[in-house]
Design a protein around this ligand. Structure first.
Ligand SMILES: Nc1ncnc2c1ncn2[C@@H]1O[C@H](COP(=O)(O)OP(=O)(O)OP(=O)(O)O)[C@@H](O)[C@H]1O
Length: 276
């Protein structure tokens, strides 16, 4: 599914159908003996109009990968494209504009403004950008998310699930090229979590959006089209059309290899450490 890095010069457009692309993406924190290699030469393609989940043990680099793909963090080496724009090397101001205009974000903690109504929260990023929302699209998003009768409520008057639906509508409002969701169900009970996952699925299937979701939950990952598994800063496996059971089984193998490693033994041997 990937094209060798050598085929891409700086700023050269990636092929159609790819919403975001990373080549040789490397991120190190700190320096000298305390250096942590959070991402180790990652190659990844995020397919347009698809729902991609990112999973892996704690500290494997999931958030760092998302932050680097979204232009929220600088990279140590390698290249990242959003659509046909190479974002590695862009200046802060250009990155801010790119994130505002082309990317939607959802976080575990909703990040809504408490003094604003649901409607105001949904359009806030566009208001800040001085852009008028496409009313037809916005109506469709609000109806798809079942928020029509909650628009005048403030976040404190909404349940967690409703607040996350508002955050989802905010992410969708500008019809972004890519939505990044970082543990979007982490603060929700299982029923509200399922609802939000269902809406993300609908955003992909019915509204044609592209979603990348970081999660620890195999059940949540099962709503995606493709799971990327990270371990020690590398993509070590991919699973198409995942089921919760298959994802859980795959995650257990990380535990086995980690336990063996911690015990000073050779890892179980069934973990696929091949990149791409
Ligand atoms: N700002 C930072 N400074 C130093 N090290 C960092 C920083 N951010 C992340 N790291 C390290 O980089 C590695 C990857 O972190 P990251 O948060 O991407 O992992 P993760 O898979 O998202 O973890 P979790 O599932 O626990 O959220 C970890 O070893 C972490 O300690």
């Amino acid at each position: 599914m990937s094209t060798p890095a050598a085929q891409h010069g700086p700023g050269q457009a990636p092929a159609d159908g790819i919403a975001a692309r990373a080549r040789g993406l490397t991120k190190a924190y700190g320096s000298g003996e305390t250096t942590v290699l959070a991402l180790d030469s990652v190659d990844a393609d995020i397919a347009r109009g698809r729902f991609t989940a990112v999973m892996g043990p704690s500290g494997s680099g999931k958030s760092t990968l998302m932050h680097c793909l979204a232009g929220l963090d600088t990279v140590s080496a390698g290249q990242v494209w959003l659509g046909d724009t190479e974002i590695t090397g862009l200046k802060d101001r250009e990155l801010t504009r790119l994130r505002r205009d082309r990317i939607g974000f959802m976080f575990q903690s909703f990040n809504l403004i408490p003094t604003l109504t649901a409607a105001e929260n949904i359009t806030l990023p566009m208001d800040i950008a001085g852009k008028k929302p496409d009313e037809k699209w916005l109506d469709q998003v609000i109806d798809t998310l079942g928020l029509r009768d909650r628009l005048k409520h403030r976040p404190s008057q909404l349940s967690g699930g409703q607040q996350q639906r508002v955050a989802c509508a905010r992410a969708l409002a500008s019809r972004p090229e890519l939505i990044f969701a970082d543990e979007p169900t982490g603060n929700l009970d299982s029923r509200a979590g399922l609802e939000v996952l269902g809406f993300l699925r609908e955003a992909v299937d019915q509204l044609g959006q592209t979603v990348v979701m970081v999660t620890h939950d195999p059940g949540a990952a099962a709503h995606s089209d493709l799971v990327l598994f990270l371990a020690d800063g590398r993509i070590v496996d991919r699973m198409q059309q995942p089921t919760a059971e298959a994802v859980l089984e795959r995650m257990k193998r990380f535990d086995v290899s980690r336990a063996a490693f911690d015990g000073g033994e050779t890892p179980a041997g069934d973990v696929n450490l091949d990149k791409d």
